[in-house]
Design a protein around this ligand. Structure first.
Ligand SMILES: Cc1cc2nc3c(=O)[nH]c(=O)nc-3n(C[C@H](O)[C@H](O)[C@H](O)COP(=O)(O)O)c2cc1C
Length: 170
C-alpha cells in the first residue's frame, strides 16, 4: 500500500472485533512511532501499551465513557516526557513530536489492516492515576488499536481551495 492510499482510505474506527492482534503487527506499529521525526531528534516520549481488559475499561471511563476504547485489543497511551521544551516558533515540542508519532502509528496500523481512533477527549489526571504516570509527564493521546468491526466511513473534508492559499495568507 502506498502512503497516499493509506491517508485517503483510513478512517477512525469506533467498533473493534474481540480478537487479539498479532505481536509482530503491534511491534511494527510501535516501530513507526520509534522511527518518526522529533524536534532536534529528542525523542522525549513514552508509549504505554495496555492489554489488560480491566485497565482498558478504566481508560474508557477516563475518556468520558467512550466504551469502544475498552473493546480494542490494545490501547496505546502516548506521552510526552519532557514538557518544558518549546521550539523557537513557540510551539511545545512534546505535543508536536508525540502527535507526529501517533499519526505515523495510525497509518502503519491501517496498512496492517488494523483500526485506530485518535482519542483527545480524556481526563488526563484520571488517565495518569490509572497508569501510574508521573506529574511531569503529559498524556497527548490515547489510541485504541484492533481489528475493525465496522465499514470504512466516508471522508468529510473541506476542499483544497478552502484550506490552501498562494504566496500570502488569505
Ligand atoms: C486531536 C484529535 C482528537 C480526537 N479525539 C477524538 C475522541 O476523543 N473521540 C473520538 O471518537 N474521535 C476523536 N477524534 C477523531 C476525529 O473525530 C476524526 O479523526 C475526524 O472526525 C475525521 O474522521 P476520520 O478520522 O474518520 O477521517 C480525534 C481526532 C483528532 C485528530
Amino acid at each position: 500500500m502506498d502512503v497516499f492510499a493509506a491517508i485517503s482510505q483510513r478512517s477512525s474506527v469506533r467498533a473493534y472485533k474481540a480478537s487479539d492482534i498479532e505481536e509482530d503487527k503491534l511491534k511494527k506499529v510501535l516501530e513507526a512511532a520509534r522511527l518518526s521525526p522529533s524536534a532536534s531528534n529528542r525523542q522525549d516520549w513514552k508509549f504505554i501499551v495496555v492489554k489488560s481488559k480491566e485497565t482498558k475499561k478504566k481508560l474508557a471511563k477516563a475518556a468520558f465513557g467512550q466504551s469502544f476504547i475498552g473493546e480494542a485489543a490494545v490501547v496505546i497511551v502516548a506521552c510526552g516526557t519532557e514538557t518544558k521544551t518549546f521550539m523557537a516558533c513557540g510551539q511545545p515540542t512534546h505535543t508536536v513530536d508525540v502527535s507526529i508519532a501517533c499519526a505515523f502509528m495510525i497509518l502503519q496500523a491501517y496498512e496492517l489492516g488494523l483500526g485506530t481512533c485518535w482519542i483527545g477527549a480524556f481526563n488526563e489526571g484520571e488517565t495518569r492515576k490509572i497508569l501510574n504516570i508521573p506529574e511531569h509527564v503529559r498524556v497527548v493521546a490515547v489510541i485504541p488499536l484492533g481489528y475493525p468491526n465496522q465499514p470504512t466511513s466516508k471522508k468529510i473534508r473541506k476542499n483544497l481551495d478552502q484550506i490552501v492559499c498562494l504566496e500570502k495568507y488569505e
